[in-house]
Write a protein that binds this ligand. Structure first.
Ligand code: AMP
Ligand code: GLY
Length: 423
C-alpha cells in the first residue's frame, strides 16, 4: 500500500513509524514532513495547507490511504477533497473538524447536549465583552473562536488582563478572523488529562490517557509552548473517572456530532480537567495531539493502519485496539529561547540505536547533514514497565542526542510520579 501523511512534525513522525510496522505498507509519503524523518518516509515539498496540490499528488501517485494529521488541513476540508477523488482518509471531514475549528461551535454543542464544560458567554462585539468583564468572576478565560496556532487561549488572572485580551483579539485583531468572535469562560481548576480516541462516528475507543507539560520551564513556569513533554498513562485518570468520561463526555459527544449531521471519524482528542465537580471538557481537538501522540502510539500494541482503516470503514466495533500495560515518557528537546526567538541550523546527531523512538519535529537535511530547523526539534520517548523507568530512559536518550543550544525541561513526569506515589 502507498500511504500519504499530511503534516510535518513530531506527531507525524510517530504516526509514520507506527504505520511502517504494517508489512503491507510499501511506501509512505510525508507532505511536507521534515528532514529528520527522511529515513522513514519520502518527503514531498507540498505544504500541509495546499489542498489542491495534495489532491493532485495523491491522484498522480495512486495513493491507497491518506492520514491528515494537523488541524488546519482538516478544518480546510482536506479529507473532503481527497475523498472526492476516491482516496480513503483517516481524519474528520470539515463539517466535523469544526469541533476544533470553532470554539463557539464546540461550546454550543456541549451546552445543547449537556456535556460538562466550563460555563461561558459568546461575544461578537468588543464593547459587549468589555461590559461583561466589569462584573465577570475573575480569574477568567478568554478564547478566540477560530484556530490561532495554539495561542488563542488567555487565562486572565485580573480584570485588566482580561480586558487587554479582549482588546488585542477583537480590536487589534492579533489572530485575524479567528478572533471575530470570542468565548469568555469560567476558570476551572484541577489536574488536566488528555484522552485521544479512535472513532468511526458510532463507536468511540479511548486510547491510553496522557499528560502534557505546556510551560517552557521546570516547575510549570515560563511561557506556554506547543508542549515540552508528555507521559502516559496519566495517573490522575483512574478507571472510575474513565467510566464517568465515557458516559458523560465521550459517547455523548460522538452521538451529538452524528445528530447534528456532522459524523466525526478519525481521532477525537478530549482535553479534560478533573474538577471537584467531576471531569469537564476544556477543549476538543479534531486530531492526534502533539506531543501526546509520541507517548500514546509507542504503547499501542494493535496495528495502527488496521485501526485507522476501521474508523474510515465504520468497523471499529469489530476491531481490537490494545495498549500495553506499561508507561511512556517523551522529553522534548527544543532550541534555547523557544517559544520566543531561537537560533537554528545546528548539526543534529541522534545515535543509531535510539532512532526508533526519536520523533523529529524541526530539522532539515542540508547537503546530507541533519540540521536543527525549529523551536521544538525532537521528542525522545522511552517505554517501560514503570513510569519511573520510562522517565529515566527518556532522559538517558536525551543525554546522547547532540546539537548546540539544546534546551529541555528536567522534570517531565515528576508531577505524575508524585501523584502515583501519593495514591
Ligand atoms: P489550548 O491552547 O486550547 O490547549 O488551551 C491552553 C490551556 O489553557 C489548557 O491546556 C488549559 O491548561 C488552559 N485552559 C483552557 N480553558 C481553561 C479553563 N476554562 N479554565 C482553566 N484553564 C483553562
Ligand atoms: N498537546 C495539545 C495539542 O496537540 O493541541
Amino acid at each position: 500500500m502507498k500511504i500519504l501523511v499530511v503534516g510535518g512534525g513530531g506527531r507525524e513522525h510517530a504516526i509514520i513509524k507506527k504505520l511502517k510496522e504494517n508489512k503491507s505498507v510499501e511506501k509512505i509519503f510525508a507532505l511536507p514532513g521534515n528532514g529528520g524523518m527522511a529515513e522513514d518516509a519520502t518527503l514531498v515539498d507540498i505544504g500541509a495547507k495546499d489542498i489542491p496540490a495534495i489532491v493532485e499528488f495523491a491522484k498522480a501517485n495512486a495513493i491507497d490511504y491518506a492520514v491528515v494529521a494537523p488541524d488546519d488541513p482538516l478544518v480546510l476540508g482536506c479529507v473532503d477533497a481527497l475523498e472526492a477523488v476516491g482516496i480513503p482518509c483517516f481524519g474528520p471531514r470539515a463539517n466535523a473538524a469544526i469541533i476544533e475549528g470553532s470554539k463557539v461551535f464546540s461550546k454550543n454543542l456541549m451546552k445543547k447536549y449537556s456535556i460538562p464544560t466550563a460555563r461561558y458567554e459568546v461575544f461578537s462585539s468588543a464593547d459587549e465583552a468589555l461590559k461583561y468583564l466589569d462584573t465577570a468572576p475573575i480569574p477568567t478565560v478568554i478564547k478566540a473562536d477560530g484556530l490561532a496556532l495554539g495561542k488563542g487561549v488567555i487565562i486572565a488572572m485580573t480584570r485588566d488582563e482580561a480586558r487587554d485580551a479582549v482588546k488585542s483579539i477583537m480590536q487589534d485583531k492579533v489572530f485575524g478572523k479567528s478572533g471575530e468572535n470570542i468565548v469568555i469562560e469560567e476558570f476551572l481548576e484541577g489536574p488536566e488529562v488528555s484522552v485521544l480516541s479512535f472513532t468511526d462516528g458510532e463507536v468511540v475507543v479511548p486510547m491510553i490517557s496522557s499528560q502534557d507539560h505546556k510551560r517552557a520551564h521546570d516547575g510549570d513556569t515560563g511561557l506556554n509552548t506547543g508542549g515540552m513533554g508528555t507521559v502516559a498513562p496519566n495517573p490522575y485518570y483512574t478507571d472510575e473517572i474513565a467510566d464517568v468520561c465515557m458516559e458523560t463526555i465521550f459517547l455523548p459527544t460522538i452521538r451529538a456530532m452524528k445528530a447534528e449531521g456532522r459524523t466525526f471519524r478519525g481521532c477525537l482528542y478530549f482535553g479534560l480537567m478533573l474538577t471537584k465537580d467531576g471531569p469537564k471538557v476544556i477543549e476538543y481537538n479534531c486530531r492526534f495531539g502533539d506531543p501526546e501522540t509520541q507517548v500514546v502510539l509507542p504503547l499501542l500494541k494493535s496495528d495502527l493502519l488496521t485501526v485507522m482503516q476501521a474508523t474510515t470503514n465504520g468497523t471499529l466495533k469489530d476491531t481490537p485496539v490494545e495498549f500495553s500495560l506499561g508507561s511512556a515518557c517523551c522529553v522534548i528537546m527544543a532550541s534555547a529561547g523557544y517559544p520566543e526567538a531561537y537560533e537554528k541550523g545546528f548539526t543534529l546527531t541522534i545515535p543509531e540505536d535510539i532512532k526508533k523512538n526519536v520523533f523529529v519535529a524541526g530539522a532539515k537535511l542540508q547537503d546530507g547533514v541533519l540540521k536543527t530547523n525549529g523551536g521544538r526539534v525532537l521528542g525522545a520517548t522511552c517505554t517501560s514497565d514503570t513510569l519511573e523507568g520510562a522517565i529515566d530512559g527518556a532522559y538517558a536518550m536525551v543525554r546522547t542526542i547532540k546539537f548546540d543550544n539544546a534546551y529541555y525541561r528536567t522534570d517531565i513526569g515528576k508531577r505524575a510520579l508524585m501523584a502515583k506515589e501519593s495514591k
